[in-house]
Design a protein around this ligand. Structure first.
Ligand code: AMP
Length: 418
């Protein structure tokens, strides 16, 4: 019987795993520098939590199952709903903001293709308790700083604002329900569909105008103000303040795109996306915004903002742009007993060395020549030969790069290999 992995999943081999851990480490450090603390939620959730957030349409994309007590459960398709649930259950009475981050796997039943998997990882943050421009600006600056710290430069950051779009619709007296439907049309790029709404005169036209605004912040804001005309919009002022704060945070490599809609009903303020160049169709490596999920989950009127990196796509972007350098040939030292008579001594020396350095030992009973050629093929830098002829705490240290061999004491090995 030849077993294959399930469709849309991947086996991750040691070199890539090492690279992924490095990227993960960099993200963790950056998240923590901005004051976020890590949380972990269950791999599966009650199905109704996920449908409350994403609507019934999400069902087609879920790995749903019933447990032995007939509870409807689902593997999590993303992590903001679980994280906000955790906040409502455990942290709602703590001072705000709560700043939480996660790096976990998610599951979606989707058609697999390059950059789209059925099991994938997300690394994201939730800033719970504020949607003020300074909170929104900090969230965007965090995403940008993560990419800078990873050395990724080839990406496009686009920032929009659903509050501004909603303000325009409110001016035209479009109710909340219709606003949500219209935003989901915009998200799918179906501006034609807008004609089917019986919207007030001028609303569709204004909407098409405002959502096609794209470019430098100042220019877009000026044109948006003209479209909103006489009507003061707090949202537009907030957006303007957000862009001003981005500037002082050192973020200026973005375009403003009021066409970003991010489909779901609970988005209320800024929305943003990051796309990496050279990834093909699935190039969105990060998406986020401001939303009122806490309210939806019964936790009161607590605004929040956040984002999620598609971790696998981030890895792909780093691979094709800067190449991920991995430490091949770990560990650096390989201990070889010359004969079975010195096996015990070799094992003892290995356990002593492992208190300080990463060290491997011959486990296949090979002779010296074969052990050396194995060490060579594994890119191991040093071999320690344990020889019957060398007594006491002396060993032979062979530098595999230069071929040089010398006697050293066991305790000198860590320094000798540098
Ligand atoms: P979303 O929760 O849909 O906003 O997704 C957030 C990020 O997760 C996206 O920007 C993608 O980078 C990533 N992502 C979403 N779905 C997948 C998938 N099926 N495979 C790999 N990455 C994904």
């Amino acid at each position: 019987m030849n077993f294959k992995k399930p469709r849309g999943t991947r086996d991750i081999l040691p070199n890539e795993m090492e690279a992924r851990r490095k990227v993960e480490g960099s993200l963790r450090t950056t998240f923590e520098r901005f004051g976020y603390r890590e949380v972990q939620t269950p791999t599966f959730e009650n199905l109704d939590l996920i449908t409350a957030k994403s609507g019934e349409e999400i069902n087609d994309h879920l790995y749903t199952f019933e447990d032995k007590s007939n509870r409807s459960l689902t593997l999590r398709p993303e992590l903001s709903a679980p994280t906000i649930r955790l906040f409502v259950n455990e942290l709602r009475n703590k001072p705000k903001p709560r700043k939480l981050y996660y790096i976990e796997n998610c599951f979606r039943y989707e058609r697999p293709q390059k950059g789209r998997y059925r099991e994938f990882w997300q690394a994201g943050v939730e800033l719970i308790g504020s949607c003020r421009p300074e909170a929104e600006a900090e969230v965007i600056a965090l995403a940008d700083t993560c990419l800078n710290n990873l050395g990724l430069t080839d990406y496009n950051l686009s920032i929009g604002h659903l509050g501004v779009i909603r303000a325009l619709l409110s001016i035209h007296e479009v109710g909340d329900g219709d606003q949500n439907l219209i935003i989901s049309f915009l998200d799918k790029g179906e501006t034609k569909g807008l004609d089917e709404f019986s919207l007030p005169q001028g609303a569709v036209e204004d909407l098409k105008k405002i959502t096609s605004l794209k470019g430098k912040g100042a220019t877009v804001l000026k044109k948006a103000r003209e479209i909103l005309s006489e009507n003061d919009s707090q949202e537009l002022e907030d957006f303007s303040k957000l862009l001003e704060l981005l500037k002082v945070s050192g973020v200026d490599n973005y375009i403003v795109d009021l066409g970003i809609a991010r489909g779901l009903d609970y988005y209320t303020g800024m929305v943003f996306e990051v796309r990496a160049k050279g990834l093909g169709a699935q190039d969105q490596i990060c998406g986020g915004g401001t939303y009122s999920l806490v309210k939806l989950f019964g936790g009161g009127d607590v605004p929040s903002c956040g984002f999620a990196f598609g971790f696998d796509r981030l890895i792909m972007a780093l691979e094709s742009k800067i190449g991920i350098t991995v430490d091949k040939g770990l560990p650096k030292v390989f201990v070889v007993p010359e004969t079975l008579k010195v096996l015990n001594r070799a094992i003892n020396i290995t356990s002593v060395l492992r208190k300080q350095i990463s060290c491997d030992i011959e486990l296949m009973g090979r002779n010296i020549d074969k052990s050396l050629s194995y060490a060579n093929s594994e890119n191991i830098s040093y071999v320690i030969i344990i020889s019957e002829g060398v007594k006491g705490d002396g060993v032979i240290l062979k530098n595999m790069r230069t071929g040089e061999q010398r006697r050293v004491k066991v305790k000198e090995v860590p320094d000798a290999i540098g």
